[in-house]
Design a protein around this ligand. Sequence first.
Ligand SMILES: Nc1ncnc2c1ncn2[C@@H]1O[C@H](COP(=O)(O)OP(=O)(O)O)[C@@H](O)[C@H]1O
Ligand SMILES: [Mg+2]
Length: 359
Amino acid sequence: MTAVLRQHAEIQFAEELEQLAKADDRQRPANWKLSPWAVVTYLIGGKLDNGFEVSAKYIGNRRLMEIAVATVATDRALLLFGVPGTAKSWVSEHLSAAISGDSTMLIQGTAGTSEEQIRYGWNYAQLLAHGPSENALVPSPMMNAMKLGKIARVEELTRIPADVQDTLITVLSEKTLPVPELGSEVQAARGFSVIATANNRDKGVNELSSALKRRFNTVILPVPSSEEEEVSIVVKRVHELGRALELPAEPPALKEVARIVRIFRELRNGQTEDGKSKLKTPSSTLSTAEAISVINNGMALAGHFGDGVLRAADMAAGMIGAVVKDPVQDQVVWTEYLETVVKERAEWKDLYRAFREQL
Ligand SMILES: Nc1ncnc2c1ncn2[C@@H]1O[C@H](COP(=O)(O)OP(=O)(O)O)[C@@H](O)[C@H]1O
Ligand SMILES: [Mg+2]
């Protein structure tokens, strides 16, 4: 165990990446650490010829990952798009780790993201003392990625103001970043590309300009299509996170995870899983990522304040926090769900009681 709370993917999965590189005899695009095939295997998981097991990072449609990887292998940038919690940032990190061996060249998009953060800034002490020079220039992660021929990541692209977004157009179409102050430019080395993420729930975000949109190939990451798939994502991540946090609780039984996921899916889809009853949907996103947090919180409660076994009461607090974001409307939706669905399920009596106590 190291003292670092969260390792970068390329460190945490260094062994897998090394084994893949060894087994990989397919063609690698210039400056790539692995072939596109090996990158997809890293993401989806699989068994190598020598028996080595590569763990799955993304659980879902293999084809989507192939399309994503193929995009980066062309000269187009990749935009991962979808509702919150569909593993956009997660996939972006793992793609960069597998392709470039480095997932750290990251620009976090916000309403306050400036052009300097995408291009370059200046060290003002140096600038005042010696004037504009290479030494005074502070490169952005984008500039570093271009120099090194690696992937630059842009998180939450659509939150960046439109005029600042446009800085990316030259970078993506000309593959160059001019530095007029020095009369020079940085030309991207082969292997450079951009992986951006964007959230379709962001309200009032600046829509991508059509010029920029054309430079991206968009891959939509869907919410898990089946309950089974969603349960397997949650189980896997809960185990991994529980281990990383050294929570003194047993990993939850599959049945517990399945109940939480069922509640998330039913409220999200606006109907019961059997399709028989229509339900009101709350304003909350109820993403897979939040289901993972609800169970993790429950495990922390069970481990530190309970008997180490996840019980209904341990899940109730986090569950209500995830569903009821608007104290008035969501409360109505939640209460109705409790009384019409949860209460009626014979094997959910403990959940019903625990949820009632939280109201
Ligand atoms: N299909 C999936 N496969 C694997 N993990 C997933 C999947 N969907 C969600 N997750 C998990 O959900 C968490 C949140 O994902 P994140 O990348 O932050 O979401 P986003 O950026 O889309 O809002 C991650 O820990 C990830 O492991
Ligand atoms: Mg994200």
